[in-house]
Design a protein around this ligand. Structure first.
Ligand code: 13P
Ligand code: SF4
Length: 315
């Protein structure tokens, strides 16, 4: 099937089956183009919770689709490719984490949403990169905290809040591989371009960034900035939305510094138009979770969404 027919078929099936397509900013351009909503993980979780379609097709990675199922269990949630995992989720097996947690019974557990449902079920509060700093700041200063699984995001939150959260030793292999040296090299070539980075990047890279934020926060920053070009330290899928919103601005990626070609998430790119079509047609692969996991994992996510509303992060 050629791409145009594939697109038409996806739209036809979507209507026929009363489905909605949620897409993350790191998805392939052609998937973002077809999605009903494109967003960061926080906005997409909220969309999934509020959605009354029979089917949610989640174009993102597994933990995102799982979060949609946990928040809206009566819907059928599909993920075009079940192999679309995440290195952060994989770095934190539930059994090991349960032992770590048991060693620190006086700590509350905050988990970054990039983790499995099993880890969410062991957590007191979930966060995303879009709300982590504000959520942590809202807690009593003497609250002891375990932060899992991203040591880069956790370390960054420690540095800006002055907290001393205990960090699980996980990383996003995509953002962690981005090198500060590559950014410094690009800054020499483009001295007028602010460096914007996702907080999953390593501390050395974050130290040379002008702005650090979630995918949505980076988009907001670019829109509001008077600068005409930007050095972007995050996954390249976001360039689609950056260019769409700012056709007059220029975006330089780390791959423009020849020493670095590390800015694609292989998991995110597993979803294709062909797989999106097949999953709508066959209504699989489907996210299935047992009722107990849903119940336990739901509490800290709902707590996050409620706190985000109270703190003015979400409407
Ligand atoms: P956002 O929450 O910023 O969308 O990030 C999700 C993610 O997986 C980043 O690598
Ligand atoms: Fe996971 Fe990193 Fe890919 Fe985001 S970019 S889904 S954190 S591996």
């Amino acid at each position: 099937m050629n791409a145009d027919i594939l697109r038409q078929e996806i739209l036809r099936l979507k209507k026929e089956k009363n489905a909605v397509i949620l897409g993350h900013y790191y998805q392939r351009d052609e998937i973002q183009e077809l999605s009903d909503y494109v967003g960061d993980s926080l906005a997409l979780a909220q969309k999934a919770q509020d959605c009354d379609n029979d089917i949610i097709v989640f174009c993102g990675v597994h933990f995102m689709a799982e979060t949609a199922k946990i928040l809206n269990p009566s819907r059928k949630v599909l993920l075009p490719d079940m192999e679309a995992s995440c290195s952060l989720a994989e770095s934190c097996p539930a059994e090991d984490f349960a032992k770590f947690k048991a060693e620190h019974p006086d700590h509350m557990v905050i988990s970054y949403v990039n983790c499995s449902a099993g880890i969410k079920a062991l957590s007191d509060l979930i966060c995303t990169s879009g709300n982590a700093e504000k959520l942590v700041r809202s807690l009593p200063e003497d609250q002891k905290i375990i932060f899992a699984p991203d040591k880069n995001l956790g370390g960054y939150i420690n540095s800006v809040t002055g907290r001393n959260m205990l960090l699980w030793n996980g990383v996003c292999t995509v953002h962690d591989a981005m090198q500060a040296e590559a950014v410094v090299g690009l800054k020499k070539d483009y001295p007028d371009a602010p460096v914007i980075a996702h907080p999953e990047c390593n501390a050395a890279l974050l130290a040379v960034a002008d702005f650090i934020g979630s995918t949505k926060a980076m988009l907001n920053y670019i829109k509001a900035s008077a600068a005409k070009r930007f050095i972007v330290a995050t996954e390249t899928g976001i360039l689609y939305e950056m260019k769409r919103e700012n056709p007059d601005k220029e975006f330089i990626t780390l791959r423009d510094n020849k020493s670095c070609a590390c800015d694609d998430c292989a998991y995110m790119k597993l979803n294709t138009l062909e797989k999106l079509h097949a999953c709508l047609r066959d209504e699989k692969p489907e996210i299935l979770l047992d009722a107990e996991t849903i119940e336990k994992a739901r509490r800290p996510i709902v707590r996050m969404l409620e706190m985000s509303k109270q703190l003015g992060i979400l409407k």
